[in-house]
Write a protein that binds this ligand. Sequence first.
Ligand SMILES: *Cc1c(COP(=O)(O)O)cnc(C)c1O
Length: 362
Amino acid sequence: MSYVFNPEGLVRDCLKELTPYHSVAYPGVIKLDANENPFDFPPEITRQMFAALGPQSFTRYPDAMAEELLRELALRRGVPADHIMAGNGSDELILNLMLTFGAGNRVIIATPTFSMYGIHARVSGAEVVEINREDDFDLPVEKIIQAGDGAGLVVICSPNNPTGNSATAEQLTSILGNCRCPVVVDQAYVEFGGADFLPLLEKHPNLVILRTFSKAYGLAGLRVGYLLARPEVLRLLHKVKQPFNLNTFSQLAALAVLRNSGIFARHVEQIVAAREQLFAGMQQIPGVRVYPSDANYLLFSTNYSASDIFHGLLGKKVLVRNFGDPLLSGYLRVTVGRPRENEIFLQSLREVITTLGENIDE
Ligand SMILES: *Cc1c(COP(=O)(O)O)cnc(C)c1O
């Protein structure tokens, strides 16, 4: 007797519907698709990272609690170290939050937003409830509060990826005060603008803040994120956390970055100034609608399909972000790059739009 092995038949329906996250590599392009820090990583910090390595740094398991990193973060963020947890990117922390509070519960997500919330919620066996933002992408506070009643987790991104707008302290206070579940505020881009909600942690035990080294701090390749919350929330998350989630090299890299944070503050200043120039430049291109942003990217739409613009730009070796989300059909997101990259993007966008216009006229 023989059995047909059918792994697909064994998994939950929600997994069958998920598509794996692929990011396609396009060699030799100007990469404005992933909101990374566009500058070269400072070589003096690389030297410090390697100088911190000992003969057994790679042979031994990492510090499971990343204690030195947490101490340094605590000092710099002005919270006790028992309010912080480090993760293998904030992506891992999002998964841990979903496994802890989402599994078997409802997870409320204000959309359009970062896709990983929905993906990790579904992987965790949570029921995803999407609450659409207003036409200007503002938070529908009342609707979130209503949906949050009896939910396991509410997730808000501020500044929001990809729309660029931020929540206000007033909106968040209202959501925190009216929801009994943890309210996660992903502040991956807070270095670039918008309110920092850390001060609200004192009054609101259900606030969970996510931060990352992947954007302003230039460490996307080393996967370091962290979470700020009350110890009673962290105690639960620690039950779910992989013991050695953050490798030794990434721990010391994040420490080196923190100890040189002035360099990254200057990067941020330059990026914010470039963002405003890019915004003004895009506004001048006929038919382009661009949204104000507190982050290091701009959301925009044109009179043509997002796919035509995306491929037109790619033909000119400029990579931006196109979305699969139906709520974002027609929209693209461009990351603020170095000044020369932004100029090339603007010029390319002008040319692509002109060409598309000529083809229609024919
Ligand atoms: C890029 C990004 C992150 C960062 O994730 P890491 O796993 O820390 O690299 C988190 N949240 C949002 C909204 C992002 O855009």
